[in-house]
Design a protein around this ligand. Structure first.
Ligand code: DSN
Length: 463
């Protein structure tokens, strides 16, 4: 019996329950992944016990010589993984992607300055200045206007929309892809101090050089947030903004598969200011144990196996896109270049909230998501987001994507009969449905053929 099971059976039972959920369901939220036992061992290590306020070689507390060695190794691996220019370095201390972005803002903007970023329903992120309009009629008239500029709504839900003037650019209404000419016009009109690309749901590659040129034309700094694509970029399977943008931020737990945390890459001069943004600007001590996880994960990223993994993530995503389209689904932008897809549900009987829950009961875990020109509220938007990082970590390939697409269609067709019910009544029907239960059983059987590695090699050897 494990120490946890002996000392706290309630929590141990919850851990076991969550392990079973992760083993038996297909996790297809594109921002999630499953880490190696080595990463998880490092995250659970004694590094969590130490305070290390400060930077390498300059800590406020004694006893940090080993932490300095660890953080130096993590920074070296980050520089190597992203092939940064010789005069660039990395910060690995920000606790999360939002903190990493805030640290860049603290270093480069004053309150009231203008930032320009991608509109969230078109794929941007909360921490890029998000605010929204709760009024349905305002949302609809905004979507109808055809304008590619968004000045924010009355509900300033993120600190960034309270602190800064925010101009957001939308994707082209026809293609749902970036319209760089319009982006340039907007930048020329509003002259942001910081121009941001990246986010959570844009399925296509970004032309970083074109955005760089736009930033230069208006004298803006350029921040590329690659939280979603970091692993694919490190593996060289999609283009990189490193050395093109002024600063690159990312989380480490998505495609990068390196435990939870964040990395900021920039020229050493700018990074020195950003480091001060992280500490004392936003945080006290870093989570050294998470840095240990990041360090181990980056060690894995540098291997050929990881490159093969990243290529397969993209191949699986393309296959899934093709199969979903064969099954009659419309995809935003018609597919994806990376690891994620957005299914446009506007012509389907179920929208985001209902469909995501029905799929979850069938063992396929995606998430409801907004989409370009969405007039529905964030709590029940018009799209479903799916991604392939986690199922690819399980070892799944194109054949399994075909099967998954077929289940996704089966769930939609079956659950459509309850589309008009209130949500709770809808879920009740789904939970009682033998068809949904059969799909869940088939999903679990597939999952068992591609198990997640839960134990370290050491533990397995010692059993
Ligand atoms: N919540 C993350 C995502 O799912 O994309 C971004 O912060």
């Amino acid at each position: 019996m494990s120490t946890l099971a002996k000392n706290d059976p309630a929590v141990a039972a919850l851990v076991a329950k969550e392990e079973a959920r992760q083993q038996n369901k297909l996790s297809m939220i594109p921002s999630e992944n499953f880490f190696s036992p080595a990463v998880r061992e490092a995250v659970g290590s004694v590094f969590m016990h130490k305070y290390a306020e400060g930077n390498i070689g300059g800590r406020y507390y004694e006893g940090n010589a080993v932490i300095d060695e660890l953080e130096t190794l993590a920074v070296d691996r980050a520089r190597q993984a992203f092939q940064v220019p010789a005069d660039w370095s990395a910060n690995v201390q920000a606790l999360a992607g939002s903190n990493a972005n805030l640290a860049v803002y603290l270093a480069t903007l004053e309150p009231g300055d203008t930032m320009m970023a991608m509109y969230l329903p078109d794929g941007g992120h909360l921490s890029h200045g998000w605010s929204f309009e709760p009024s349905k009629s305002k949302r609809e008239s905004d979507a109808d206007s055809g304008s590619l500029v968004y000045h924010g709504g009355s509900r300033k839900v993120n600190i960034t929309s309270r602190m800064f003037k925010v101009v957001q650019y939308k994707t082209d209404p026809d293609t749902k892809e970036f319209n760089y000419d319009e982006l340039e016009k907007i930048a020329l009109e509003y002259k942001p101090k910081l121009l941001i690309t990246g986010g959570t749901a844009y399925p296509r590659d970004i032309d970083y050089r074109r955005v760089r040129a736009i930033a230069d034309a208006v004298g803006a700094l350029y921040m590329a947030d690659i939280a979603h694509e970091a692993g694919l970029i490190a593996a060289g399977v999609i283009p990189s903004p490193v050395g093109i943008a002024d600063v690159v931020t990312m989380t480490t737990h998505k495609t990068l598969r390196s435990g939870r945390g964040a990395i900021i890459l920039a020229h050493q001069d700018l990074l020195t200011k950003i480091n001060r943004g992280v500490l004392p600007g936003l945080q006290g001590g870093p989570f050294n144990n998470n840095i240990a996880g990041i360090c181990v994960g980056l060690g894995e990223v540098l291997t050929d196996e990881f490159k093969t993994y990243a290529r397969q993530v993209v191949n699986n995503n393309k296959q899934l896109a093709a199969d979903l389209q064969t099954k009659g689904f419309f995809l935003v932008t018609g597919g994806g270049d990376k690891h994620l897809l957005l299914i446009d549900l506007t012509k389907e009987p179920l929208q985001g909230k209902y469909f995501a829950r029905a799929l979850d009961h069938a063992g396929i875990v995606g998430n409801m998501n907004g989409m370009p020109q969405d007039t529905r509220p964030p709590a029940n938007p018009s799209a479903l987001r799916l991604g392939t990082p986690w199922v690819t970590t399980r070892g799944m390939k194109e054949a399994q994507m075909k099967q998954i697409a077929s289940w996704v269609r089966e769930v939609m067709d079956h659950a459509a009969q309850w589309a008009d019910l209130e949500f709770d009544a809808f879920e009740e029907q789904i939970m009682q449905s033998p068809t949904i239960a059969t799909i869940a059983t088939d999903v679990a059987a597939l999952c068992q053929k591609f198990p997640l590695q839960l134990k370290t090699t050491e533990t397995i050897k010692n059993q």
